[in-house]
Design a protein around this ligand. Sequence first.
Ligand code: MTE
Ligand code: MO
Length: 201
Amino acid sequence: MTFVSRGFKGRRQVEAAADRVPPGQYVTDDFPVLSAGPTPLILTENWRFTLITEANEELTWNWDEFQQLPHEQVTVDIHCVTKWSKLDTRWEGVSLDTLLAGVKTSARFALAYSHGGYTTNLPLADLTGGKAWVAFNYEGAPLRPEHGGPARLLVPHLYFWKSAKWVQGLRLMDQESPGFWESYGYHIYGDPWKEQRYAGD
Ligand SMILES: Nc1nc2c(c(=O)[nH]1)N[C@H]1C(S)=C(S)[C@@H](COP(=O)(O)O)O[C@H]1N2
Ligand SMILES: [Mo]
């Protein structure tokens, strides 16, 4: 006879979840919308994604070309600097490894830029190695405009402000250049496990 108490199983799941929540964060089931400006409505026929290297070489995909790239489905936890975390969010997108394959660069940094002027900086190493995607589906449906649709950056291991909504492209750079929130005093890197919320944390 098996003896499994539901209460025990439930508690184990809560404890497992506690390991997944960085310091100072709480878990929410909502999906709050945080945008510094209005939601742009971008039609997929006008959508482009452009990589600009440090030598000013450009590589651009339109929506159809982008959709022909291999897709990946990922389930990840996301952590907003305003202290909500959301566990097991399901996304579909194109890995930055795929987009950067064959791009000749020795740049160490990237600046993601979006419709509306939002930018955010990241080390290039944080965009490669299966850690970042340009995501276009969320929970099995096209990503809604308020969450960055048609497509946004998804970099779940850093605070969610690094996941630029309505992303238009990446500029690869030899030197790090602070993005929008980073230049307003947010941390240049933003590791939620080290609580790197503000410059100096
Ligand atoms: N283009 C753009 N991307 C953005 C933002 C923004 O204001 N504009 N806000 C960032 C912040 S602070 C967070 S927490 C997340 C919020 O994503 P959500 O609105 O889908 O929850 O998007 C990030 N990406
Ligand atoms: Mo945020």
